[in-house]
Design a protein around this ligand. Sequence first.
Ligand SMILES: Nc1nc2c(ncn2[C@@H]2O[C@H](COP(=O)(O)OP(=O)(O)OP(=O)(O)O)[C@@H](O)[C@H]2O)c(=O)[nH]1
Ligand SMILES: [Mg+2]
Length: 173
Amino acid sequence: MCLLLGATGVGKTLLLKRRLQISLRDGTTELGEPPVTLPTVGTNLTDLTLKKKVVTVRELGGCMGPIWPSYYKDCSSVIFMVDSANVTQISSSCIQLLSVLSAEHLHTASVLVIFNKRDLPCTMSLIEMKSLFRMDDIINSAPQPISTLELSARSGQGLQDVLDWLDSTFTDR
Ligand SMILES: Nc1nc2c(ncn2[C@@H]2O[C@H](COP(=O)(O)OP(=O)(O)OP(=O)(O)O)[C@@H](O)[C@H]2O)c(=O)[nH]1
Ligand SMILES: [Mg+2]
């Protein structure tokens, strides 16, 4: 089981919908306009078919933040998503990420931090976002292996890297 976490509106549901679209189209054609998403109130379970496995991803709505920890058991990997175009959310996202990393049940989980919405003109670069998050310090002090990626769930750019990360994470186990 992989948990998909992040503040409300960062693009978690769109990421899952895009992935399902790609698997239906065999990854060959343009994705087109993004499907409509509504804020996730509760959780959203999606089975993703990877190269070697089917992995269940559980999105937890951003509005569920206070009860995220009740889903941490039995989870082997975590994707934490950030909206790179929303500067007002950076500090709260950083605190949320630190709290996820310090959760006892997640100490052995593999973690991917995704900086989403790279298609927007106001988005900060990966280097800027990592520096604002002090990502190098976080990576050095956290018990988990942490990877970072840039994504546009809207255009699909970077989506293959997310799938490759999931593939390698679930193949190694
Ligand atoms: N431009 C742009 N918009 C995006 C991107 N990803 C998501 N969005 C938009 O952001 C809004 C929120 O996306 P959701 O996927 O519903 O966000 P969420 O993280 O699931 O939010 P909660 O379920 O409330 O936690 C929607 O209007 C999406 O179309 C992106 O990469 N680029
Ligand atoms: Mg959602």
